[in-house]
Design a protein. Structure first.
Length: 220
C-alpha cells in the first residue's frame, strides 16, 4: 500500500514537472511551433518519458486546463457556502458573485484560460488520451453540478425567479468566455484594461434580465 502511494506521488510530481515545462514552451513559441522534443529538453527528461504520461502534444496541451478547472471548483464551493448562509439579497448579488468567481479563476491561472480558449477553437477531442479526457470530464462534471445546484437553491429560496437552470448556467459561462475573449483581444491592441468593468456590466445585464422574468410572471 505504501509503495503504491509512493508511486502515485512520484507520478504526480513527474506530471507537474512536464506540465510546467510545457507551459513555458507553449507560451513562448505558441502551440503550433512547439514540440515534444523541446518540452522534454526543458524538463530535462527523455521524450519517451513524456509519452508515458501523455498521448501526444495535444493531450499535454489540454492537461494544462486542469488547474483552472479545479480552481473554479474551489471557488464554486465557496460560492455555494455563501448562498447557503444567505449572503445574497438579490439576483444582482448572485450574478455579481458568479462573475467574481470567473474573474478570480482567470487571474489565478491566465495560462489555463488561454489554453481553454484554444480548446474552444480547435478539435482536440479525438486526439486526447482516455486518462486526460477522464480527468477533464470529471472536473467539468463537478463544476456543472455545483452551478446547477446553486441555481436550484437560489430559485427555491426566491432569490431568483423560476428559470431554465441549464440554459441560464450555460448562458452565464458563455457570456463570460465571450466577453473575456473580446476584451483580451482589445487589450493587446489598445493596452487599456476594461476586462473587469465589462464583465461586471455584462452580468448586471443578466441580473436585470432575470429579474425582468419575475416581473413578467407577476403581470400574468
Amino acid at each position: 500500500m505504501k509503495k503504491n502511494r509512493q508511486r502515485t506521488k512520484e507520478k504526480d510530481i513527474r506530471i507537474q514537472e512536464i506540465e510546467s515545462a510545457a507551459k513555458k514552451v507553449f507560451f513562448r513559441k505558441g502551440y503550433q511551433e512547439s514540440s515534444i522534443d523541446e518540452i522534454a529538453k526543458r524538463a530535462d527528461i527523455s521524450k519517451g518519458t513524456i509519452y508515458l504520461y501523455f498521448k501526444n502534444k495535444e493531450d499535454l496541451y489540454l492537461a494544462l486546463m486542469l488547474p483552472m478547472f479545479r480552481e473554479v471548483t474551489r471557488l464554486s464551493e465557496e460560492f455555494e457556502k455563501k448562498l447557503d448562509e444567505s449572503e445574497f439579497k438579490s439576483a444582482y448579488d448572485y450574478f455579481m458573485e458568479f462573475s467574481k468567481i470567473c474573474l478570480k479563476a482567470y487571474e489565478i491561472d491566465p495560462d489555463g484560460f488561454m489554453v481553454y480558449r484554444a480548446f474552444q477553437l480547435e478539435d482536440f477531442s479525438s486526439k486526447v488520451s482516455q486518462d486526460t479526457y477522464e480527468r477533464l470530464n470529471e472536473v467539468a462534471r463537478a463544476n456543472n453540478a455545483i452551478a446547477r445546484r446553486c441555481m436550484s437553491k437560489a430559485i427555491d429560496s426566491g432569490l431568483l425567479p423560476p428559470v431554465d437552470i441549464i440554459k441560464i448556467a450555460d448562458v452565464s459561462w458563455g457570456l463570460f468566455l465571450g466577453v473575456m475573449q473580446v476584451e483580451l483581444d482589445k487589450l493587446k491592441w489598445t493596452k487599456k484594461d476594461h476586462v473587469k468593468d465589462t464583465i461586471e456590466y455584462a452580468f448586471t445585464l443578466i441580473s436585470k434580465g432575470v429579474e425582468g422574468l419575475r416581473s413578467k410572471k407577476k403581470e400574468k
